[in-house]
Design a protein around this ligand. Structure first.
Ligand SMILES: Cc1cc2nc3c(=O)[nH]c(=O)nc-3n(C[C@H](O)[C@H](O)[C@H](O)COP(=O)(O)O)c2cc1C
Length: 339
């Protein structure tokens, strides 16, 4: 995808429909890169996808193309930004719009110490006025949706009022979509991984946000794994964001288009998904193999495709065999297929 000066036709309309974000795949560093997103698109056409977090520093001072390029078939796709300087965020959001993203999302949920040093991520929840100013600067700069992903509290905050006031303040900048990872972030003493497991989930806080701000789009995130759980959450909020389960068990998403978006087009079976990835992989290797792109760069995202099937382990093992991967032959995918 090359940058263009106009938002691609239809995107403004697409990005403004709540139905679009009914189900989404969470931004995940090192996981939801452009190859992963293409793979997910072969399973579900409508589920809303997010990039990994891209910092404003990477865009203002770094290699913009490396961070922002993506494939046309990834739409609808949102760019997640990490930063806390309104001016840099506005510049980065503008770049995101120019490159054709459907939404700009601000990360106010990441607890990593590296991110805290940059004074962004979850620690921004302690500064709702700054987040409001950041959102305002981005909204003034772009015409696509600007959304915020956040936690329900930081450190020992227990009170619901904290997240209610955060949302209320940020909404003053015109933000109407909030993605609520329904647990606290512990800023000191827990690793990012522990921060996704140890603080208790309080889904009720997200439900209350929807009750208190019925005019806003509230999406819930955290620990959601099954369709039954998704259905239960959708009784209370507008959308559900899946992170680890979507990554480790991606074929779960095969029913989403028909069930949540009313698209009854035939669904690819797992082998068809795998075969559909082969021309993409071959093209990417031909284009970027010389620049260091390896077969494994793409296939590593596909290890969970056979999850739950007899032969899933063998599939993962074949696709993790460094010697065979080194040969760079996409045909390895067919060899890995469970018999
Ligand atoms: C490997 C990994 C990387 C992550 N990177 C980000 C990130 O860049 N930005 C972000 O907002 N959240 C990030 N998260 C958090 C997820 O977006 C999500 O909020 C969290 O995993 C909880 O959802 P889940 O229980 O469905 O996985 C990451 C999670 C994982 C597992």
């Amino acid at each position: 995808m090359q940058p263009n000066n106009a938002v691609p036709e239809g995107n403004a309309e697409k990005s403004n429909t709540y139905a679009g974000r009914r189900i989404s795949v969470a931004p995940m560093m090192d996981w939801t890169d452009r190859h992963c997103r293409v793979f997910h698109r072969h399973i579900t056409k409508h589920t809303w996808l997010y990039t990994e977090m891209v910092t404003t520093g990477a865009l203002v001072y770094g290699d913009v193309e490396r961070h922002l390029r993506f494939n046309d078939e990834e739409h609808p796709v949102a760019l997640q930004l990490g930063g806390s300087d309104p001016k840099d965020l506005a510049t980065s959001a503008k770049l995101g719009e120019k490159w054709g993203y459907d939404e700009i999302n601000l990360n106010c949920g990441c607890p990593s110490e590296r991110v805290q040093k940059g004074a962004f991520g979850a620690c921004l929840m302690a500064e709702p006025e700054l987040v409001r100013d950041c959102v305002k600067a981005m909204r003034d700069a772009v015409s696509i949706d600007v959304t915020v992903k956040h936690r329900i509290g930081i450190d020992e905050t227990e009170s619901y009022d904290f997240v209610r006031d955060f949302v209320g303040t940020v909404a003053d900048a015109g933000c109407t979509t909030f993605i609520v990872h329904a647990r606290n972030a512990i800023l000191k003493g827990l690793s990012p991984k522990e921060n996704r497991e140890i603080p208790p989930l309080k889904y009720e806080y997200a439900y209350r946000l929807k009750r208190d701000f019925p005019q806003f789009e509230i999406l819930i995130n955290g620990g959601i794994k099954t369709e039954a759980e998704i259905d239960e959450h959708l009784r209370h909020v507008d959308g559900v964001m899946l992170g680890r389960e979507a990554y480790h068990n991606p074929y779960l998403m095969a029913t989403f288009d028909s069930k949540y978006y009313g698209d009854t087009a035939p669904v690819k079976n797992r082998e068809e998904v795998l075969r559909a990835m082969m021309p993409y992989i071959a093209a990417q290797l031909a284009k970027e193999g010389g620049r260091g792109l390896k077969l494994n760069t793409i296939t590593r995202h596909m290890l969970g495709l056979m999850q739950g099937l007899h032969g899933a382990r063998q599939f993962r093992q074949t696709l993790s065999d460094s010697k065979r991967l080194a040969a760079g032959d996409p045909g390895l995918l067919l060899e890995a297929l469970p018999k």
